[in-house]
Design a protein around this ligand. Structure first.
Ligand code: SF4
Length: 315
């Protein structure tokens, strides 16, 4: 697979673009995820014309529609940032991004819980950075996260699963449009979708069963919306355990009673969170290979992202 194009706040790549001339390098992004990703760096404050170093800024006023204010000289930079950000999202739409990683807590880049100061100078953590807000409103279903949240192994796994799924879907969009390509994509992603949203699994199954009655463009549009909505919903231990049990049914005839018992125990231990997800997945993968189960062996759910990222070792 060619590299996934991902937007990122420039300072996370180690570029000295912060107000104090520093950076916020995160080696997971550069050294680990960077092997699979081609970053498109964006520093809203530098790119909207403020230099390095510059005066620090903060949000103030109404948390739903705050102003971007310089902290020492009290200059209102909101209009300047909004004007630039609206241009930027249009230009960045050409970049084929599969997601964006924002710098947390920043009045420009923070995607949630950014401090907004009231008239008494008291902060409430209810704001969204000016650029991040415009970006997320423009690209409604695009996977986005901030680097702080990505330290959580479950959120990290979920985000990376989403960007890989979107990249594979973009591969379908890059081919000549036909129903067979959508059906094939769906067949391989069924269990992945089920692990995120049983409701979308049902709806998408219905959509695919009606594929031949829908205009092609409409099929692609609806399928993409359902796919992105479903992947936005987080997997949980319970949902994964249910999918594992669902998978077990495909081995009913082949597993020995010992193997069945072993798999049930491992799923139960995972459900109780005694062991990480990688343990039942390794066992299932082993049985899929051993019994050459045709439906399961094509499921992306077994390997939705490179093993080297070790994402399932920690969830
Ligand atoms: S947080 Fe955003 S605006 Fe601030 S330095 Fe990093 S990329 Fe630039």
């Amino acid at each position: 697979m060619e590299k996934i194009r991902l937007g990122i706040s420039t300072c996370l790549l180690g570029e000295n673009v912060r107000y104090d001339g520093g950076h916020k390098l995160d080696r997971f992004f550069t050294d680990t995820l960077g092997q699979y990703v081609q970053y498109v760096p964006v520093c809203p404050e530098v790119e909207c014309g403020l230099g390095v170093p510059r005066e620090s800024m903060h949000l103030e006023g109404d948390p739903d529609s705050p102003r971007l204010i310089t902290s020492r000289t009290n200059r209102d930079m909101t209009e300047c940032m909004v004007r630039w950000a609206k241009r930027c999202v249009v230009e960045i739409g050409e970049e084929d991004l599969c997601g964006f990683i924002f710098k947390s807590d920043s009045p420009s880049c923070g995607m949630e819980r950014v401090k907004v100061y009231n008239e008494k100078g008291m902060p409430v953590k209810k704001g969204v950075g000016i650029f991040a807000k415009i970006f997320m409103e423009h690209f409604l279903l695009l996977p986005v996260e901030d680097e702080g949240r990505l330290h959580d192994p479950k959120l990290r796994e979920n985000f990376i699963e989403r960007i890989f799924a979107l990249k594979r879907w973009r591969g379908v969009l890059g081919k000549k449009a036909n129903r067979g390509n959508v059906v094939d994509f769906h067949t391989k992603h069924k269990l992945l979708i089920l692990s995120h949203s049983p409701r979308h699994y049902q709806m998408m199954g219905k959509l695919i069963s009606q594929a031949k009655d829908l205009p092609l463009k409409e099929l692609y549009r609806q399928y993409q919306t359902f796919l992105m909505e479903s992947m936005q919903l987080k997997t949980t231990t319970r949902k994964n355990a249910n999918v594992l049990q669902h998978m077990m049914r495909y081995f009913k005839e082949q597993l020995s009673s010992d193997e069945k018992q072993e798999l049930l125990e491992v799923i139960d231990h995972y459900r109780k969170e005694y062991i990480p997800f990688i343990v039942p997945m390794t066992l299932i993968n082993h049985f899929v290979r051993k019994y050459d189960q045709p439906y399961l062996k094509q499921q992306v759910y077994l390997n939705p992202h490179p093993l080297e990222l070790q994402l399932r070792n920690h969830v």
